[in-house]
Design a binder for this molecule. Structure first.
Ligand code: ZN
Length: 373
């Protein structure tokens, strides 16, 4: 991965490259971004840049170091990432030998992937993935060695908030005084969950989400047709990974239909149908559950704009817009605010692995009550 392989973020790229060329790059940095920010690709490009033997504004992409970096096999770039147990495989040794290979393949095939994508990729159990204490010992051991080929060593810790507390404590010291040839890059999509003692030892690089326009341009460049790219870019809220997933199936039509059906059932207090919709929701994978909640939030915003008469900045079109107009007749400001808060709470509980069916049913009943109050 080179800087130029990543869409957008030109300011951040310039700043990172500049800090290397003027010799002021911090040795412990936290690339922090919201879910869907491209901070992992950026860390990979930064590592490529650090190792490149003939860098300009970007890594050259052709020197021996770059050729290795682009395949994620540079011996002086180290990776730490969360893992959960693998389904049905109890052979730890084989797992460890294999996992780095799988990680590289993951980066090559899904460079914008998130933790769920990663867990699914290596066949991990659907429970909390962690960075273990053992892993932190490995980090310290690895970093005590001199670089093999490059002038520097790079240690990328993906999702450091998943570090077991003892692992986190284990690396505090080394974060405080990294060896001069060592660059730590913590890549977090939930920096608020990091220990303050970790945050205070790093220089924070905030990685913004892409704009709708940048997502759209990127989708078109990846051969998504223009109409779809336009629709999806508005739904993805700056999250390229989500945008790509939404392009893969006809999710947005499904979502529109499902949402309309759901709201009608809430309005009619049709509990049997709400149970069946909750069952369907439960059957979706995490990504699509999340997508559905995000879509619902988008719709609440559309209703709000409709109620406020700000129809020129609405994003809905066609059938969807018609639904928003109809739906707005039974909504008011308080109901929109209440539903928005409930949907956000549902998302929060879902991320913490609550039962999707219970969460969704609870959400439905509360919205139903509010629509009929
Ligand atoms: Zn190079």
């Amino acid at each position: 991965m080179k800087f130029s392989d990543i869409p957008g973020l030109s300011e951040t790229k310039k700043m990172l490259a500049g800090s290397v060329s003027n010799g002021h790059a911090a040795h412990a940095q936290l690339f922090a971004g919201a879910e869907g920010a491209l901070n992992l690709p950026l860390a990979l490009a930064y590592a490529t840049y650090l190792h490149c033997e003939q860098k300009g504004e970007d890594a050259c992409g052709e020197c021996a170091a770059c050729r290795k970096s682009l395949k994620f096999i540079h011996p002086d770039t180290h990776f730490v990432f969360p893992l959960s147990n693998v389904k049905g495989d109890k052979d730890d040794e084989r797992f460890k030998a294999d996992i780095l290979k799988q990680w590289r393949e993951f980066l090559l095939t899904q460079p914008y992937g998130n933790l769920d994508n990663w867990t699914e990729f290596y066949g991990g159990e659907n429970k909390q993935a962690l960075i273990s204490r053992e892993e932190s010992r490995e980090i310290i051991k690895t970093l005590s060695l001199k670089p093999f080929e490059s002038q520097v060593k790079v240690m990328i810790i993906w999702q450091p908030e998943k570090m077991h507390p003892t692992a986190a404590n284990g690396i505090l010291k080394i974060l405080e005084e990294p060896a001069p040839h060592t660059y730590f890059i913590l890549v977090s999509n939930a920096a608020d969950q990091l220990l303050p003692t970790i945050i205070s030892r790093t220089q924070i690089v905030t990685v913004p989400l892409l704009s709708d326009e940048e997502i759209e341009t990127q989708l078109v460049a990846l051969n998504v047709n223009e109409k779809k790219a336009s629709v999806v870019s508005h739904q993805a809220e700056g999250n390229l990974n989500l945008a790509l997933a939404l392009c893969e199936d006809d999710e947005e039509d499904d979502q529109a239909q499902r949402f309309a059906e759901w709201m009608r059932a809430c309005f009619k207090k049709n509990v049997a149908q709400l149970v069946s919709i909750a069952d369907d929701f439960h059957g979706l994978d995490k990504l699509h559950q999340r997508g559905m909640l995000q879509y619902s939030l988008n719709m609440m915003r559309e209703v709000l704009l409709q109620l406020g008469g700000a129809t020129t900045i609405q994003r809905s079109q066609g059938e969807e817009l018609k639904f928003v107009q109809d739906f707005s007749r039974v909504m008011n400001l308080a109901r929109v605010e209440y539903a928005t808060r409930l949907i956000n709470e549902a998302g929060y509980h879902l991320e913490r692995n609550g039962s999707a069916k219970m969460i969704f049913m609870d959400l439905s009943l509360k919205i139903s009550k509010s629509l009929n109050s």
